[in-house]
Design a protein around this ligand. Structure first.
Ligand code: DGY
Length: 348
């Protein structure tokens, strides 16, 4: 009996000693983290600097090749920007690399299958940007529906005419608004619309969501949403099932008076088909934060259209939002490197 107690005590003591020596190694350990863009907000970078040595590529923006060269020997990476993030990065980083977080909500540039296959700690930064993106979506809705760009062109071309039928736009009041994808950004858009006296709020997606009921939104099939809506918001992630979800066929399903707003990813829309639809009056107008390619060349057909309001991917571009994104990414990396659960892990 005494022997057994002694044995247990010894085992426990060894465990405690082992874990405290692990702790002290952990405390002394100063990991090295690569932040792939030197202009990343200080809020996140400073969080990392408290506990890690932080390195950056020289150029802004850095090429992918430049980033890859810096990966050997780092413990964590904050992947800022949309360069392809895939198995090659993990191979170069192995065996030291322990965690990566992007500073984005969209993960279309990440080989998620590969990360999942390797069970590699990967974080991202949704939620903190939903409000900023939704604000911009509402801005695009109003700007496109009320012909802001076309109006400005009229002034520039000395075509300002005063008359009761001149430059009439679309009302939001009593309109039917359709949101394709009622994720966090879609919900934030719906919340904002509450103040606009919308007639009917529709949404489509894989399945109805409890949040839809709370927001007074009705779940419908995508075909019905396109057919019924005066405004159509795209708020889905880009993947194989959403690529070119808006195309020549689906554009024809929309009302001729409809306004399309895309704050998700350019490739969700077949852009050539959209240009035709805007030229031919298949739909009324579009408000786009995202397009293909990015950056959009200055001679793009899209930029010649008076009924297209085009913004250079500014959805999350506010000071507070970018600060919060960088901080969340930093927390993800710090936790991931320690082997603890990330604040915002990508849900494979
Ligand atoms: C995102 O986070 O996905 C935004 O589009 C900015 O990249």
């Amino acid at each position: 009996m005494y022997k057994t107690t002694l044995l247990i005590t010894l085992i426990l003591a060894t465990r405690v000693m082992k874990s405290s020596s692990e702790m002290s190694t952990k405390q002394d350990w100063r990991p090295k983290v690569l932040v792939t863009n030197k202009e990343t907000p200080a809020k996140g970078v400073n969080l990392l600097k408290e506990k890690c040595d932080v390195i950056f590529p020289e150029n802004v923006p850095a090429t992918r090749e430049e980033i890859l060269k810096l990966i050997p020997g780092v413990d964590g990476i904050m992947w800022v920007g949309h360069h392809a993030l895939n198995g090659e990065v993990l191979d170069i980083g192995a065996p030291k690399l322990r965690a990566i977080s992007t500073m984005s909500a969209g993960m279309d540039y990440v080989d998620l299958e590969e990360f999942k296959r390797r069970d590699f700690p990967l974080g991202y930064t949704p939620s903190v940007l939903s409000d900023a993106v939704a604000d911009e979506a509402i801005g695009l809705m109003i700007a496109a529906g009320r012909r802001f760009h076309e109006g400005r062109l009229k002034i520039d071309n000395s075509q300002w005419y005063i008359g009761p039928q001149w430059m009439l736009g679309k009302d939001i009041r009593a309109s039917t608004v359709g949101i394709i994808g009622l994720g966090e950004i879609g919900q934030a858009i719906a919340k904002r619309l509450k103040g606009f006296d919308v007639g009917q709020l529709l949404y489509s997606g894989r399945k109805p969501k409890p949040e839809g009921n709370k927001l007074g939104a009705k779940f419908v099939a995508q075909d019905e949403l396109l057919k019924e809506s005066d405004y159509v918001f795209l708020a889905v992630p880009l993947n194989n099932s959403t690529r070119h979800l808006i195309n020549a066929t689906t554009l024809k399903q929309m009302k001729q008076t409809a306004v399309l707003i895309n704050i998700a990813r350019g490739e969700i829309v077949d852009q050539d088909a959209l240009v035709d639809a805007l030229k031919n009056g298949t739909i009324f107008a579009a408000g786009l934060d995202v397009m293909t390619p990015e950056p959009l060349p200055a001679d793009s057909e899209l930029l010649k259209l008076p009924n297209a309001v085009i913004v250079p991917h500014l959805g999350s571009a506010t000071t507070r939002t970018r600060d919060d994104m960088s901080a969340l990414a930093a927390h993800n990396i710090l936790a991931g490197m320690e082997g603890s659960p990330m604040l915002s892990p990508y849900p494979y």
